[in-house]
Design a binder for this molecule. Structure first.
Ligand code: GDP
Ligand code: IMO
Ligand code: MG
Length: 449
């Protein structure tokens, strides 16, 4: 049974957490392949809401093995806090597996993230300050410490001291900051090591064997296509590969094992942080989208910038990810409008671009060309069949499908599991409104690991 991918088609926060959680019901493994705790994935189950940062969104099901792949950067402190919080709410994290090759986010990465933003001044990116960029930079610079280094204190210390030699010199000389102390970091991280050790393994082999045995594996993306270091709106991006290529480098699984790639796209567009955003509505429309969609960052609480759906971007995302389908989320939010706008091209210096432009200046300075579609103006949050949607809503979805060139196999009309319209054959999940499927016979283990 080949693997399936859920990834972000826009600038993140598309609803990947909800879609992953829904699909996880029919899976055996859920694997995160990129990013770190800059991600914030929301899963709503009954009256309970879970905000996941490093933990894959399959964790609510007891039958799922969750995996943090080698492409993820792991802040062990945050991961353990997340495990403890889940544990306190009755979720067992005992099946979590962490790649031995994943890189660690270190205290100095967070310091460099903040200092880097300050030194950029008005050109700053608006990062999440979680140390993600500096952690990936050290990985590429071959200065990183990996999860497996936690298992050998001598190796850990040698690598840490080598890294600190360089880091502290820069911190002290260039930024006039206090240096980091190797002993303090050692003590802190060796404490984490003890708790994480039982979860660490070669997850590439684990996933490969699972796939060969016919197990069902879902790869969960973090961030989104336009935050991709290669294919996004560089430099206003994150430092990893949220696009489909990241699945392969970030887990050690090859493309032969994937048969479905679902891009999650909101029925409009949002972005957190700085950078170009052609369809942004810095006006009443944006305010309404933000209010109706509750558009505040899951990780940092920042207000998300909001705008109309951008078909040029969606088509690009379909292409670079080889998407087989989209999951169109938050369609219910558009119920607030009588008329809807959809961007179908960018106008710049007398030319109209229907594909993502080849130069950043065009993207920064273009004027969006809009097409107007009628709204439906009624509550759709209780609809579970596509045929029951108001005609205008069906037309909106059909327009998006036609423009994107792939079907909307999932349409989401609210944050809950039940607020979902499914069309893929043989893939309907057993949607249950909480409590979690397994609560009745769940006994929390003495040690959450
Ligand atoms: P992710 O980072 O892609 O997992 O998305 P986030 O969890 O950061 O943000 C998506 C937000 O929208 C969360 O608060 C979800 O509960 C919520 N959400 C997901 N799908 C829908 C939907 O169809 N309608 C509405 N109104 N909210 C949704
Ligand atoms: P999920 O998985 C939305 C954005 C930050 C900033 C840029 C770089 O919840 O969709 P970073 O801290 O990664 O170096 O910041 O990327 N960003 C996200 N925006 N959703 C996310 O994750 C994001 N992760 C990073 O706001 O603009
Ligand atoms: Mg999010």
């Amino acid at each position: 049974m080949p693997g399936k991918v859920v990834l972000g088609a826009q600038w993140g926060d598309e609803g990947k957490g909800k879609i992953t959680d829904l699909m996880a019901d029919r899976m055996d493994f859920v694997v995160r392949y990129a990013g770190g705790n800059n991600a914030g994935h929301t899963v709503v189950c009954g009256d309970d809401e879970f905000k996941l940062h490093l933990m894959p969104s399959g964790i609510l099901y007891p039958h799922i093995t969750t995996v943090i792949g080698n492409g993820v950067v792991v802040n062990p402190k945050v991961l353990l806090e997340e495990m403890d919080n889940l544990h306190a709410r009755g979720i067992n994290c005992g099946k979590l597996r962490i790649s031995c090759n994943a890189h660690l986010v270190m205290p100095y990465h967070m310091a460099f993230d903040r200092l880097g933003e300050v030194s950029l001044g008005s050109a700053k990116l608006g990062t999440t300050h979680r140390g993600i960029g500096p952690a990936y930079a050290d990985k590429a610079d071959r200065m990183g410490l990996r999860v497996q280094d936690l298992l050998d204190d001598k190796i850990f210390r040698t690598k840490l001291e080598t890294a600190l030699e360089r880091k502290n010199a820069i911190l002290v000389k260039a930024f006039d900051q206090e240096p980091f102390d190797a002993d303090e970091i050692m003590a802190e991280y060796m404490g984490y090591a003890e708790r994480l050790a039982p979860h660490i393994e070669d997850t590439s082999l684990l996933i490969y064997e699972a796939l060969e045995e016919g197990k069902k594996v879902l790869f969960e993306g973090a961030q989104g296509t336009f935050l991709d270091i290669d294919h996004g709106t560089y430099p206003f991006v994150t430092s990893s590969s949220p696009t489909v290529g990241g699945v392969f480098t970030g887990t050690g699984v090859g493309p032969r094992h994937i048969d479905k790639i679902i891009g999650v796209a909101k029925a409009y567009t949002t972005r957190v942080g700085y950078g170009p955003f052609p369809t942004e509505q810095d006006n009443e429309v944006g305010e309404t989208l933000g209010k109706m969609g509750v558009e505040f960052g899951t990780t940092t609480g920042r207000k998300r910038r909001c705008g109309w759906l951008d078909i040029v971007l969606l088509r690009y995302a379909v292409r670079v990810n080889s998407m087989t389908a989209i999951a169109l989320t938050k369609l219910d939010v558009l119920s607030a409008f009588d008329r809807l706008k959809v961007c179908v091209g960018y106008s710049y210096q007398g030319k109209v671009y229907h594909d993502f432009p080849p130069h950043q200046t065009i993207f920064h300075k273009c004027e969006p060309e809009y097409l107007e579609l009628p709204g439906w103006g009624s509550d759709i949050t209780g609809i579970t069949e596509r045929a029951d949607l108001p005609e205008e809503a069906r037309r909106y979805v059909e327009f998006v499908e036609q423009a994107a060139g792939v079907p909307a196999e999932i349409i989401s009309v609210g944050p809950k599991r039940t607020q979902t319209i499914w069309t893929p054959e043989g893939f309907e999940p057993r949607i249950e409104e909480g409590p979690y499927l397994y609560r009745e016979d769940f006994e929390p283990p003495a040690n959450n690991g």
